[in-house]
Design a protein around this ligand. Sequence first.
Ligand SMILES: Cc1cc2nc3c(=O)[nH]c(=O)nc-3n(C[C@H](O)[C@H](O)[C@H](O)COP(=O)(O)OP(=O)(O)OC[C@H]3O[C@@H](n4cnc5c(N)ncnc54)[C@H](O)[C@@H]3O)c2cc1C
Length: 274
Amino acid sequence: MALKQVGLKVALIDKAEFPRDKVCGDAIGSRAARVLKNIDPKLADELEAFPQKSKSSGWKLVAPNGKEVKLLFVNYGYVSAREHFDNFLLNLVRKHTSTTIMTGVKITSVNYSESGVDVNLENGSKLNCKMIVGCDGAHSIVRKLAGDFKVDPANYSGAVRAYFDNVIDIEEEIIEIHLGKNFLPGYFWIFPLPNNACNVGFGMLSSEISKRRIDIKKSFYDFIEQHPNLKARFANAKQVGELKGLVCHSVVRIICSPPKMFCFAATRHLLLTR
Ligand SMILES: Cc1cc2nc3c(=O)[nH]c(=O)nc-3n(C[C@H](O)[C@H](O)[C@H](O)COP(=O)(O)OP(=O)(O)OC[C@H]3O[C@@H](n4cnc5c(N)ncnc54)[C@H](O)[C@@H]3O)c2cc1C
């Protein structure tokens, strides 16, 4: 959407058909609304009006001894299942730009060429472009163009999540992080969604998971089982769908080799490499 201002001919390619599920905690920081507002205030209004989300105005951290600390956010955020939120964003692109959208199309490789970048697709066809912006996640194909692809367990975390209905004692607009003595440095989360649903997950650094040979799916259920308060809150809760896992790279990298390639691999700290 930001690119629409610069008059480029843009194609957006994604191997998934939308709406699609994406393993995530579904918490959206207040920055998302600010970014949309900076692009076009109308977009932030559409996010505000988007119904498939719940507001998050603060979070509480529950220590292994059960004591809790609660912090209210300066600017509220949201919790929205990625299936809905990513589809909402894609529909904004459809509605407000002339981007060529290709979903269900997998990129198998990219390489530099005289005239820019060649993008090879799974269906055997090839596209050529002047510039490629890779937002293709933790296992980015585009990042390989920079030859920068090494798994650093210290910067990877493994996590699992499932959706639950009817978890009790949910505090409205408050997302929860729980720590457990036997599960450190991992953490368990409960992020409330609309209609009495919750995104519930457990995550830990990959280096710890491999060092201690942790079965992260088992740890998820053990965490509930071993915490009397959580056990009571989940006693009549219903898990909706399977418990799914994913690794995520906990370093934001902007890898660029201008003018042909830019790659954004998301999540936390900012590290600029050239
Ligand atoms: C369990 C878990 C919980 C998390 N919880 C939160 C949270 O609550 N809040 C938060 O802000 N962040 C959270 N994160 C981090 C967040 O999910 C990621 O930072 C974010 O999804 C990264 O966005 P991205 O666009 O870089 O990649 P992705 O969201 O992974 O998107 C990449 C896209 O590229 C497409 N793609 C990949 N390869 C190809 C290919 N070869 N060809 C075509 N398309 C391709 C995929 O289909 C996908 O749509 C969590 C992560 C995990 C694993």
